[in-house]
Design a protein around this ligand. Structure first.
Ligand code: FES
Ligand code: FES
Length: 164
């Protein structure tokens, strides 16, 4: 096969990550996932499939969940990115994080940051009205350990409290 050498195009990008402005100079092809993990050392966001199929890389972009492996960092100029590291406030875990712990919503934990980010968004979207609805709107987040019943229980508890 013929070798192709493509010229790298670097771009300056300013992201607001977990409330702080972060300026980066990046290859324009770098994904938001790689920018978070490799440039900003925010390794809580996990790389599972790296092709949009597992949800492990879920973060919030302007409050809406996105798959960071399918999002170019350069598209996020000036936008607000929230990763799992940004959920706790004043040293207190987010209610969804606490509920996951209470309900054992994880085993190996690899999918957990993505599950939690998705759950936070789902609650904000008002999509946690029933177990069925929770399962449907969490269906993009796969768990190889099969922790689904406990994940649903954790989300249901937070939804029942009317918290986010
Ligand atoms: S790593 Fe992004 S969806 Fe799997
Ligand atoms: S807890 Fe292991 S993949 Fe979900």
């Amino acid at each position: 096969m013929e070798n192709t050498v493509s010229a790298e195009a670097y771009v300056d990008v300013m992201l607001r990550v977990n409330g702080s402005a972060r300026r980066l100079r990046l290859d324009s092809r770098v994904t938001l996932l790689d920018a978070l993990r490799d440039e900003l050392d925010l390794t809580g966001t996990k790389k599972g499939c790296d092709q949009g199929a597992c949800g492990a890389c879920t973060v919030l972009l302007d409050g809406k969940r996105v798959l960071s492996c399918l999002t170019l960092a350069a598209q996020c100029e000036g936008r607000e990115v929230t990763s799992i590291e940004g959920l706790a406030t004043d040293g207190r875990l987010h209610p969804v994080q606490e509920a996951f712990i209470r309900h054992d919503g994880f085993q190996c934990g690899y999918c957990t940051p993505g599950q939690i980010m998705s759950a936070v968004a789902l609650l904000q979207e008002g999509r946690a009205g029933s177990d069925e609805e929770i399962r449907e709107f969490m269906s993009g987040n796969l768990c190889r350990c099969g922790a689904y019943p406990n994940i649903v229980a954790a989300i249901r508890e937070v939804a029942g409290r009317g918290s986010e």
